[in-house]
Ligand binder design. Structure first.
Ligand code: GUN
Ligand code: FE
Length: 414
């Protein structure tokens, strides 16, 4: 077991970071004790007489916090981060993104890139990620293997697209469904409780109704989460309306059965009030990807508006729509974007560091994971504010997933 001694920060509520001092005992990935004083270590040892405990003492200025959750990221697009932002979404997809993803027909290319993607993500403190892969089953399984090997927690999706995409990067309806079934089995065969398959229709522009309906049935039959894109760009929204005979984006997904309480919808910038109502009713989560929205000039998602509709909101880096894999960057972009939407119609207030921290940790988790039940004459709160605004992966000294250290740095003693 591990015993952490020091300051820890976590979000027990959406608008206020809770800062505590004390000790946390972790055994087999579970926090088995949270106590207030170092004197309580004796009690913990008494309670678990068989266990050997390793002590990790945090220094002044250091703090423990939940790992970050990136709810939307494209692993195969990492080599393209920063490229093609002189184009709008649909052109960028055709000219940069599909050609980049097509290369993963080569499994060796996938192995090579995905190893460093997972390393980078963990280094940035992202302990949980919802990954898009490519249409290629075997290469996307390599992503699942890389994640499992590195000890990250993740949902991994084989991308589905059977319509309106380049000839060399497309699949038929039958292929898409068959390969997805095999992919699900392949991930389950890894027998890693942290790594799960997720159903991933790319978006309504590249999936026909039959494919989307088939995929929603697969999700239901296997109790799987679903991830896709929605309402990211005005040309895209118009195009979907044209393709589906005037139906709005949300109705297209709803009629295919894709909107569930385990569905992640990336972007959601141009959703109407009635669409937001339906999304709330279905219990989906909208993933705000502010860096991507600005980099691709898609527009700015009004998070306060989503909140007014009581839609659950999480955060995503959306690499390579976004150029940064860091959730710290994502939190800052979310604050910046909210400040921009705040002016000039300031009927609502900008997001605070408290709120984006919540969205990047507990707020995104919904179930299962993510809260714990300095010096320079800065207060603990100030240290955390500094970290959120000026921190990067160098300030993330150690990272743990499920009680296992996945980034080294903190010294421990017996
Ligand atoms: N919409 C469909 N595919 C993509 C993608 O790869 N990135 C972004 N940002 N939007 C998409
Ligand atoms: Fe995306």
């Amino acid at each position: 077991g591990l015993i952490f001694i020091g300051t820890y920060a976590h979000s027990l509520e959406p608008v206020q970071i809770t800062i505590e001092k004390g000790i946390l005992a972790v055994l087999n990935g579970v926090i088995v004790a949270a106590e207030k004083s170092p004197g309580d270590i004796a009690c913990i040892k008494q309670k678990f007489p068989e266990v050997e405990w390793e002590k990790v003492e945090l220094q002044s200025g250091q703090f423990l916090c939940p790992g970050f959750i990136d709810l939307h990221v494209h692993a195969p697009q990492f080599p393209n981060a920063g490229l093609g932002y002189d184009m709008p979404l649909l052109e960028w997809l055709q000219k940069y993104t599909y050609p980049c993803e097509q290369k993963y027909s080569d499994v060796n290319h996938a192995k090579y890139v995905y190893k460093s993607v997972v390393e980078k993500m963990l280094s940035c403190g992202t302990t949980t990620a919802c990954y898009f892969g490519t249409i290629h089953r075997e290469s996307t399984l390599e992503l699942a293997k890389a994640v499992a090997l590195a000890g990250q927690r993740a949902f991994i999706g084989k991308v589905n697209m059977n319509f309106g995409c380049p000839e060399n990067y497309s699949e038929s309806l039958e292929e898409s469904l068959e390969e997805t079934k095999k992919f699900i089995d392949g991930v389950l065969e890894l027998k890693n409780s942290l790594v799960k398959p997720i159903i991933t229709p790319r978006f309504a522009v590249t999936c026909d109704s039959k494919l989307m309906t088939g995929l929603s049935k697969l999700a239901e039959a296997n109790s799987l989460h679903i991830q896709t894109h929605i309402s990211e760009n005005t040309s895209e929204v118009e195009f979907v309306k044209e393709l589906f005979h005037g139906k709005n984006y949300t109705d297209v997904y709803d009629q295919a059965g894709l909107l569930t309480n385990r569905t992640l919808l990336a972007h959601g910038i141009y959703l109407s009030d009635s669409e937001l109502e339906l999304i709330r009713e279905r219990g989906c989560t909208v993933v705000h990807c502010p860096n991507s929205n600005v980099s691709l000039k898609s527009g700015i998602c009004k998070v306060r508006r989503l909140q007014k509709h009581t839609v659950n909101v999480g955060l995503g880096t959306d690499v390579s729509g976004g150029y940064s894999a860091s959730m710290l960057n994502c939190m800052r972009s979310a604050i910046d974007a909210s400040i921009v939407t705040f002016f000039p119609d300031s009927e609502s207030s900008p997001l605070t560091y408290n709120e984006v921290f919540y969205m990047a940790t507990s707020g995104a988790a919904k179930e299962e994971i993510s809260s714990f039940n300095a010096n320079d004459s800065l207060t603990d709160s100030e240290i955390i504010q500094k970290f959120i605004y000026t921190g990067d992966d160098r300030n993330i000294i150690a990272v743990y997933v499920d009680g296992v250290q996945v980034k080294t740095g903190l010294k421990s003693s017996q």
